[in-house]
Design a protein around this ligand. Structure first.
Ligand code: NAD
Length: 488
């Protein structure tokens, strides 16, 4: 395969078909979160790199060479990339495991999801259609969905491959030129994608990859006047900065900014399914997941029984380096670790830790940051601990007496990304689902196996717009309405 393999050390940027990065550049280290060892380095890009990439993307987008690629051919290209990912799935999984620290089986799922995104949007490329609109005799009115132009994709570190794939595949399917800004901690799979695109005969600026700090590269990219859309996943504050920058140019954004998602468990829930669902929702990727189920809302009468079983499940979870494929991998880096440990101290002061609450040193992987899965009880729902994203394997517990109180608590944060509802009562399930202010609701499951096809995005501060599914194709198109007057 073309990929540089795990021995890859220097990751250059891909700008206008050229690999940018030599000794004249500043380089930034990239570490394996499982053991803290350096695995690569990236170019510390800056505004001038962004300017060059945007200029190249514009030229590529306007070129006849790209315009003449038929919609179905764009689709075929994306589908062939999906096959390439699948054919080399284990290598891609190792990159993601090493870069993010996630358990290898979770990395494998991410790789399969990435292939599915390219396949899904590849298949959709020639099915993005406008409509004809009745006006009057002698006028044919039609809408045409045109690509936007140059789109920016600012990527977080927690699911880099999946998150790049979902927006880049949709943007290329619809005929745009894309610039990916990978997260400074996790550039590996973005680079592998760049290597594949660099080896195609597409115009040079159709896929580009820039690296470096958010403020040096992400900022100039989101503020660039020739970017037509910014897709961003990450923190609320950075999302606001991106949106403000895009507003100066009056261009659209898709923002996915995380959550404080509730799992609402009623006393009549299928206990084992609810237990497994609640645990998985908070430990996946060590809780570093935008849609993590980080609040357990449990019916008061059921709390003691459910929690005793939940604590048992938590205590059985295994923790270790990604490659060892335990239940929980490391936290990304010291900054994230410190932030989580600070929250654990706060929890001890404001409530109590029922299980977990300690950091761990793993023999042979001492450079990694590991935290026990933790359950917090007895904190007020209004405190910042209950309100803000912690981004670690930390679950907070709250009780409700009836469905109305469950709904009030579920809706009682600034977020609204995902909600889980666990009950055998179909009336209660639908009633609560209809009242929860959340972009996605799962009843008696949490995640529906990933859901490439399911629109994903948040209410409130969880974001703006939707990714995934057919609806995301609209992020990368604009409507032109054409009226043709005819008659003899
Ligand atoms: P971040 O939002 O700062 O970074 C996300 C991406 O944005 C990275 O590629 C970064 O380089 C870039 N970026 C940073 N500053 C920018 C700017 N001014 N303009 C444009 N792009 C910029 O997130 P973080 O610092 O990596 O993590 C902090 C917290 O964010 C986490 O603890 C977590 O709560 C949250 N987070 C959420 C998600 C999610 O999936 N929604 C993902 C990662 C982090």
């Amino acid at each position: 395969m073309r990929g540089s393999g795990l021995t890859m050390k220097r990751i250059p940027m891909l700008i206008n078909g050229e690999w940018i990065g030599d000794d004249s550049h500043e380089w930034m280290p990239v570490y394996n979160p499982s053991n803290g060892k350096q695995i690569a380095e990236i170019v510390k890009g800056n505004k001038s790199h962004v300017d060059k990439a945007v200029a190249a993307a514009q030229i590529a987008f306007e070129s006849d060479e790209w315009r003449k690629v038929k919609a179905y051919e764009r689709g075929q290209l994306l589908v062939s990339f999906a096959s390439y990912i699948r054919d080399n799935a284990e290598q891609w999984s190792l990159w993601e495991c090493e870069d993010v620290g996630k358990p290898i089986s979770q990395a494998r799922s991410d790789v399969e999801a990435a292939a599915r995104y390219f396949e899904f949007y590849g298949g959709a490329a020639d099915k993005v259609m406008g409509e004809t609109i009745p006006i009057e005799e002698g006028i044919l009115n039609a809408t045409v969905l045109e690509p936007l132009g140059v789109t920016a994709h600012i990527i977080p570190w927690n699911y880099p491959l999946q998150i790049i794939s979902r927006s880049v595949a949709a943007a290329i399917a619809t005929g745009n030129a894309v610039i990916v800004k990978s997260a400074e901690d996790t550039p590996m799979t973005a680079h592998a994608i760049a290597e594949w695109f660099a080896a195609t005969d597409l115009p040079k600026g159709i896929f580009q990859h820039v690296t470096g700090l958010g403020v040096d590269v992400g900022g100039p990219l989101s503020a660039h006047p020739d970017i037509e859309h910014v897709t961003f996943t990450g923190s609320v504050n950075t999302g606001i900065a991106v949106m403000k920058a895009a507003a100066e140019n009056v261009v659209s954004v898709t923002l996915e900014l995380g959550g404080k998602s509730p799992n609402i468990v009623f006393a009549d829930a299928d206990e084992e399914k609810a237990l497994v669902g609640v645990v998985k929702a908070i430990i996946q990727n060590a809780g570093q997941t935008c849609s993590a189920g980080s609040r357990l809302l449990i019916e008061e009468s059921y709390k003691e029984k459910f929690l005793s079983k939940l604590v048992k499940k938590f205590s059985e979870l295994t923790i270790g380096p990604g490659i060892e494929d335990k239940d929980i991998g490391p936290i990304l880096n010291k900054r994230q670790y410190d932030q989580i440990m600070k929250r654990i101290v706060e929890a001890k002061n404001l409530g109590r830790i029922i299980t977990g609450g300690k950091s761990l040193s793993i023999e042979g992987s001492e450079g990694g940051f590991y935290i026990e899965p933790t359950v917090i009880d007895g904190i007020s729902h209004s405190c910042s601990l209950a309100q803000e994203e912690i981004f670690g394997p930390i679950l907070s517990v709250f009780t409700f007496k009836d469905p109305e109180e469950a709904i009030r608590l579920a809706n009682g944060t600034d977020f609204g990304l995902v909600a889980g509802i666990w009950t055998q009562n179909i009336d209660v399930a639908h009633y609560v689902a209809s009242k929860v202010k959340s972009g996605q609701v799962f009843i008696n499951n949490y995640g529906a196996a990933g859901g490439i096809q399911m629109p994903f995005g948040g209410y409130k501060k969880s974001g703006i717009g939707r990714e995934k599914g057919f609806v995301a194709l609209r992020n990368y198109t604009q409507i032109k309405n054409i009226a043709i007057k005819f008659g003899i």
